[in-house]
Design a protein around this ligand. Structure first.
Ligand code: SF4
Length: 204
C-alpha cells in the first residue's frame, strides 16, 4: 500500500509526455517555503495499492509516472514496489525527492531498489533563497536532474516550458496541477475559487 494525497492520470503538466502523477502523502523534510504543507502529515491522504496506480496508468495510455509529493522516499518499500511494477509494464518513471541522490544511494535496500526503478531523479530540497528561473519543473537552483537511465536523456529542462493542468470536475470543483510561480498560483486560485492547491508552485 502507498499513502498518497492524489493521483492524476493523463497529465502533460508533470514532465515530458503524457504522464500519471502520484502525490505521496507525508514529508519529513519540510523545507521552508514549501507550497505543499498540507502534504507534510503522513496521516493525511488515503491508502491505494500499487496495482491500482499501475493499472490506471496503463488504462490512460500514459508514457510514464511522475512521483512527487510530499516525499516519495519516505515510503521506500511501497515506492520500490511501485516502480518495479511500472518498469515491468514498460512505463518510465520520474521521481522528485527532497533528499539528495548521494544520500539515497547509501540508504537501505528498499531505497536502493526504489532508485534502481527510476529513470530520472530530480533531487534536493526546495531552497527559497535560490529561486530557479531558467529550468522547468524545479523551484530552486540547487535541484538537480540526475539520469539514472537514458530514457529521458533528451529532456532539456532549460528548454522546456512549465505547464499547468486545470480540470473542472463533475462536482464543479476545479483541480489544478503543474508549475507556477507563487504570485501566479495565488492569482489562479483566487480567480478559480479553488481551495485545492497545485502540487507546488516553487517547490520540488
Ligand atoms: S518541497 Fe518537497 S521535500 Fe521540501 S517540504 Fe515540500 S514536499 Fe517536502
Amino acid at each position: 500500500m502507498l499513502r498518497i494525497a492524489r493521483v492524476l492520470h493523463g497529465t502533460t503538466a508533470e514532465g515530458p509526455g503524457l504522464r500519471t502523477a502520484v502525490w505521496f502523502q507525508g514529508c519529513s523534510i519540510r523545507c521552508m517555503g514549501c507550497i505543499n504543507p498540507h502534504l507534510f502529515s503522513p496521516s493525511g491522504g488515503s491508502d491505494v495499492t500499487v496495482s491500482d496506480i499501475v493499472l490506471g496508468a496503463m488504462a490512460g495510455e500514459v508514457e510514464g509516472l511522475t512521483l512527487i509529493g510530499g516525499e516519495p522516499f519516505d515510503q521506500p518499500s511501497a515506492g520500490a514496489k511501485l516502480v518495479t511494477e511500472a518498469q515491468e509494464q514498460g512505463l518510465g518513471v520520474i521521481a522528485f525527492s527532497g533528499y539528495e541522490y548521494e544520500m539515497l544511494r547509501d540508504r537501505d535496500e528498499d531505497t536502493k531498489r526504489f532508485l534502481a526503478g527510476i529513470d530520472l531523479l530530480v533531487d534536493g530540497p526546495y531552497q527559497a533563497w535560490k529561486q530557479e528561473t531558467g529550468r522547468a519543473l524545479v523551484g530552486s537552483t540547487n535541484q538537480r536532474f540526475i539520469h539514472i537511465s537514458d530514457r529521458y536523456r533528451s529532456y532539456q529542462p532549460d528548454m522546456a516550458a512549465n505547464r499547468v493542468d486545470i480540470r473542472i470536475l463533475p462536482d464543479g470543483s476545479i483541480d489544478v496541477a503543474g508549475f507556477l510561480d507563487t504570485d501566479a498560483l495565488k492569482n489562479l486560485l483566487e480567480a478559480t475559487g479553488t481551495s485545492r492547491k497545485p502540487r507546488r508552485a516553487i517547490a520540488e
